[in-house]
Design a protein around this ligand. Structure first.
Ligand code: PAF
Length: 274
């Protein structure tokens, strides 16, 4: 595995690669969710590139940029053992210049749900994903469904800007209890981890109701709220179609149920596609 820390070095190595490239962008603190993306990229492509870049522009003031878990040594080992060919770990200076040209998230999809709670977050996320996809010149790029809105916006960006890279949505990976894996789970104490399980439990309850014929969004949301009693604060529960438009009734095969909630000082998101 080659570890590359500059844009120029990555571009030079890329010139020598032949065949398809699978790309997995990350912010580090790798877990089994990332591993599943890396494995899939490896299975479906001739070469795998992973990036680890804690992107400052997608954090709002007062968010956890400084405290975000950093595990460089362990991350390098994980990539090595997973058969990654190139690990790109740039500095902020490599990725950004002064007075940058900016990308803006779309006015509706970018400012609902996560975008409403974290205005500006998706501008920074799209900015860096655009840069990373251009740099990797990947055939396919792999993103988890856990960040459903992020994924929808990246798919839209790829469509709007005519990217040749195919965006591959990948299933959420959960621990044995059902907690969706996230680098931010590292912030949770054992007791908080236990309470955080109510997010996936609420999604499971709603799915079960849908399976037994309930379609009315209002009823599903109030049932989810009753399951979510153990979290400290619910930020939103939303039932949308795949284009993130709010639904009145569930449409099988075109629905995402999303939840965001605080457990202690940690903000968690989860969702289920039905
Ligand atoms: O999902 C993430 O880890 C980040 O938002 C991404 C896509 C790597 C961009 O910084």
């Amino acid at each position: 595995m080659e570890i590359v820390r500059t844009v120029e070095a990555l571009q030079n190595i890329k010139k020598k690669l032949e065949g398809s490239v699978g790309f997995v962008p990350t912010m580090g603190a790798l877990h089994s969710g990332h591993l599943s993306l890396i494995q899939r990229a490896g299975d479906e492509n001739d070469h795998t590139i992973v990036s680890i870049f804690l992107n400052p522009t997608q954090f709002l003031e007062g968010e956890d940029l400084e405290s975000y878990p950093k595990r460089e040594e362990a991350d390098i080992k994980i990539c090595e053992l997973s058969g990654v060919d190139i690990l790109f770990m740039p500095t902020v200076d490599q990725m950004y210049e002064e007075d940058e040209l900016r990308i803006s998230a779309p006015a509706r999809r970018g400012y609902i749900l996560e975008g409403a709670k974290r205005p500006g977050h998706f501008d920074g996320m799209l900015q860096v994903v655009m840069k990373l996809l251009n740099l990797s010149t990947a055939t396919r790029a792999y993103f988890g469904k856990k960040d459903a809105q992020q994924l929808a916006l990246i798919i839209q960006m790829a469509r709007s800007y005519f990217f040749s890279c195919e965006i591959i949505p990948c299933d959420i990976v959960r621990d044995e209890q059902g907690l969706a894996l996230s680098s931010r789970n590292a912030y949770l104490s054992e007791e908080e981890k236990y309470r955080a399980l109510s997010l996936s439990r609420s999604l499971k309850r709603a799915t079960k109701m849908v399976m037994s014929g309930e379609r009315e969004v209002g009823l599903l949301i109030s049932e989810m709220m009753s399951v979510l009693k153990e979290v400290d604060r619910i930020e939103y529960i939303a039932i949308c179609d795949r284009d993130l438009q709010k639904l009145e009734t569930v449409e099988s095969g075109n629905t995402i149920i999303l939840v965001a909630a605080w457990v202690g000082e940690t903000r968690l998101i989860d969702n289920i596609w039905i």
